[in-house]
Write a protein that binds this ligand. Structure first.
Ligand code: SAM
Length: 245
């Protein structure tokens, strides 16, 4: 993603089975309605088909455009020192770490960590992400590591920004997410900022866990339409907090 939000790299679709199922269901229901709609509740079938079809398209929008817009909005409000050290948890194809790296100078660095799970993002893999870093001209200030967010292979207090885009909800159960949150805070420098963008209605859980971990200035807000994974029933939120000095 460049400063205008355009990306030149292969991105992958998040949870690829979900939008495909929405579209198949929508088309199937709409064909069914078109073939026989002379019954009193046919309008319900029609609306259901439209909602499913539109949900699939909205999911693709969020995966391919919306989440980039969300992160650009977040980053435009931050002061990012040129020498900042950034850690992207569950980096996938590198969307967020690339965006940060483009705002860093030669002494700054962005590190991405992932387990490369195919079910969470299509064509996920370290080689693809490395290729994206080269294609976006940030290979000199980025590193990708294979690792688990619940057991980070990174030092204590090493990063000015620890960020994560739609990765925490993939960790199950809740107790494992709590471990991953404490790992994220461990690796933040005092005064460093944690920024999580996520879905699946875990925002209250994250806020409480981060309060318990001693973060201050915790903010939780909705990510709006750009974070709809099909519709408002599967929306997204932005959680931020600062590690005490
Ligand atoms: C939906 S993708 C989002 C990828 C990227 N952050 C983005 O916004 O495009 C979620 C990513 O989290 C990774 N992931 C899930 N659980 C993980 C874990 N325990 N440790 C590291 N990465 C994990 C998946 O492999 C996947 O790449």
């Amino acid at each position: 993603m460049n400063q205008t939000g355009k990306t030149h790299v292969k991105q992958g679709i998040d949870a690829p089975l979900v939008p495909i199922l929405y579209l198949i269901t929508g088309v199937g229901v709409l064909i069914n309605w078109a073939m026989a709609h002379a019954y009193p509740t046919a309008w319900v079938t029609l609306i259901f088909g439209i909602v499913m079809f539109a949900g699939g398209l909205t999911f693709f929008h969020t995966s391919l455009r919306g989440k980039y817009t969300i992160w650009r909005g977040i980053m435009d409000k931050l002061t990012i020192p040129k020498n900042a050290q950034v850690l992207d948890l569950g980096c996938g194809h590198g969307a967020v770490m690339i965006a940060f790296a483009k705002r860093l100078g030669v002494t700054g660095h962005a590190t991405g960590i992932d387990l490369w799970q195919q079910r969470d993002q299509s064509n996920n893999g370290v080689a693809q992400t490395q290729a994206n870093l080269v294609a976006e001209n940030v290979a000199d200030r980025t590193t990708v590591l294979t690792g688990d967010m619940t057991k980070l292979p990174t030092n204590n207090a090493a990063f000015d920004f620890v960020v994560s885009s739609f990765a925490f909800h993939n960790i199950k159960p809740k107790e494992h997410r709590a471990v991953a949150l404490s790992e994220a805070v461990r690796t933040l420098k005092p005064g460093g900022r944690l920024i999580i963008v996520d879905t699946e209605h875990n925002d209250r859980e994250y806020r409480m866990a981060l309060q318990d971990l001693g973060l201050k200035d915790i903010e939780v807000k909705s990510a709006g339409f750009n974070g709809w994974w099909s519709g408002p029933w599967m929306s997204s939120y932005i959680v931020q907090g600062v590690k005490a000095e």
